[in-house]
Design a binder for this molecule. Structure first.
Ligand code: GLP
Length: 243
């Protein structure tokens, strides 16, 4: 693991955006795995800036998002699909046909999950996967007591996750209790991974993921076994690390 500690959120976002931009410059038809949440918002802003200065071109890029709430229509402003449109896709020249977010309204869960895996495979696999981390150590929506073997699947959300994500909804009762998520195996098959975390609320899960025992109790700890992970942390998120 390469661990980069920076001073603040802005530097974290800039570094991550530069890594993605270089990936796309070196391989214009890159397949990117993308994350939602507050953490990557600054990185998406930076990428939009780089695009508007003609420094990066997304026309041949393909994307696969990590996850989507189950039972939420993609037109719903709370959907991760809408998040991606609003925070990145509407502002860059990506081909809409190349955007993939699991369909949270699908009735046939098994079919949609295996189709998602098939599409990733057909695209040649994920070149660079961006991850945030949950306060409980989740990546994507792979919650503690995770099955490391799983590929894209339907997940029951942890109480801690429902509570954490209730800030995006009118009330906690509106937060979906299930989600479709790439599995750990899908994530681990990515060629390169960037894990981002900022703020003191992530210090404990980052320390457990990086310094702790590899365990299904801390889903992100499996990243210790991947051969190309870059972790970019602000000083608060890094404050519990022993390095
Ligand atoms: C969410 C997402 C994850 C994200 C994590 C952290 O529930 N499913 O992909 O990385 O929680 O979110 P945030 O960046 O808002 O702290």
């Amino acid at each position: 693991m390469r661990i980069i500690i920076v001073n603040n959120y802005e530097e974290m976002s800039k570094k991550a955006a530069m890594m993605i931009a270089s990936q796309v410059m070196l391989k214009p038809d890159s397949v990117l795995g993308l994350a939602t949440g507050d953490t990557p918002l600054g990185m998406y802003k930076e990428l939009i800036q780089l695009y508007s200065k003609n420094e990066v071109d997304f026309k041949e890029v393909t994307t696969f998002n990590l996850d989507e709430y189950y039972g939420i229509n993609r037109k719903n402003p709370q959907s991760y699909y809408e998040y991606m449109m609003a925070n990145l896709f509407n502002s860059i020249n990506i081909n809409r046909k190349n955007i993939h977010v699991p369909d949270g309204m699908s009735q046939d869960v098994n079919a949609i999950c295996s189709d998602y895996e098939e599409k990733i495979k057909k695209a040649g696999g994920i070149d660079m996967q961006v991850l945030g981390i949950g306060g409980n150590g989740h990546i994507g929506f792979n919650e503690p007591d995770v099955n490391f073997e799983a590929r894209t699947h339907l997940v029951n959300l942890d109480e801690q996750t429902i509570e954490a994500n209730s800030r995006f909804f009118d009330s906690i009762g509106d937060v979906p209790v299930k989600a479709l998520s790439m599995g750990i195996k899908t994530i681990m098959n990515s060629k390169k991974i960037i894990l981002l975390a900022n703020g003191i609320s992530k210090a404990e899960s980052i320390a457990r993921a990086i310094n702790g025992k590899i365990s299904p109790k801390v889903p992100a700890s499996i990243l210790q076994l991947h051969n190309d992970v870059t972790v970019i942390l602000d000083s608060e998120a890094a404050s519990g690390l022993q390095i």
